[in-house]
Design a protein around this ligand. Structure first.
Ligand code: SAH
Length: 218
């Protein structure tokens, strides 16, 4: 790894190891997720002025009024998406800076990620290229309707808050697949939908805070 990628001081491998221990103490149990988050240099996804804060327990601005989700939320959603199994094809809605995308790239065989803000996508592409994430395709699109032509997906993760269950995404979920997203306007909660052979089983989980899912391109 280059010096910039591996980091130094507050962005070093030791800092990532401390992040993993904190995630563990916060209740993240999936060892594959923990190992992944310990390996990915989160600091390259934020502006250099914020790099020293990249491993703190908070979300950070990434420009255009958007944020990189806090590490615990990324870990938790990844853990829910995996459900203890390995992932084939995954769709992410809301690429942002591409950090969650990079995590998914290590957890899944194939990742598609869509973002509505073009300049953010350009940044994310650069970050993912730096990490040589070859199994990822990003696309400038309104993700609220998913990516019908590329489905069905084994996992769909939405990193912006929906006001209601995104019905259009359900048929794009393979049997055995899992959809993880934040739901709500005032108070938001994580929502997990599992596509079993019989039904779409919905579970509402802990409170979270995300930027809203917005329509159209920017
Ligand atoms: N996973 C990202 C989170 C970024 S914030 C990260 O950790 O960096 C959520 C992102 O969702 C924003 O970049 C926002 O522009 C995007 N977004 C909101 N509505 C969207 C939509 N309808 N389609 C695609 N992306 C959307």
């Amino acid at each position: 790894m280059s010096a910039k990628l591996s980091g130094i001081g507050m962005t070093s491998q030791r800092t990532r190891a401390r992040l993993v221990e904190r995630l563990r103490s916060q209740g993240i149990k999936d060892e594959v997720v923990l190992e992944t988050m310990g390996a990915i240099p989160r600091h390259i996804f934020v502006d250099e002025a914020l790099a020293s804060r990249a491993y703190e327990d908070c979300s950070l601005p990434i420009g255009f009024g958007q944020t990189i989700s806090n590490p615990h939320t990324v870990a938790r959603m990844s853990e829910l998406l995996r459900g203890g199994g390995s992932l084939g094809k995954v769709l992410e809605i809301g690429t942002g800076c591409g950090y969650q995308t990079a995590v998914l790239a290590r957890l899944a065989r194939e990742v598609y990620s869509v973002e509505r803000i073009a300049p953010l996508l350009t940044k994310a592409r650069g970050h993912l290229r730096e990490l040589r994430a070859a199994n990822v395709k990003v696309k400038h699109a309104d993700g609220s309707l998913g990516l019908k032509e590329l489905g069905p997906f084994d996992g769909i993760i939405m990193t912006a808050a929906a006001t209601h269950v995104p019905e259009a995404l359900l048929p794009q979920l393979a049997v055995g697949g899992r959809l993880v997203f934040p739901i709500g306007t005032g108070e938001q909660r994580l929502c997990l939908i599992e596509h079993t052979a019989q039904e779409y089983r919905q579970t509402t989980l802990e409170a979270v805070k995300f930027v809203p899912l917005l329509p159209g391109l920017a």
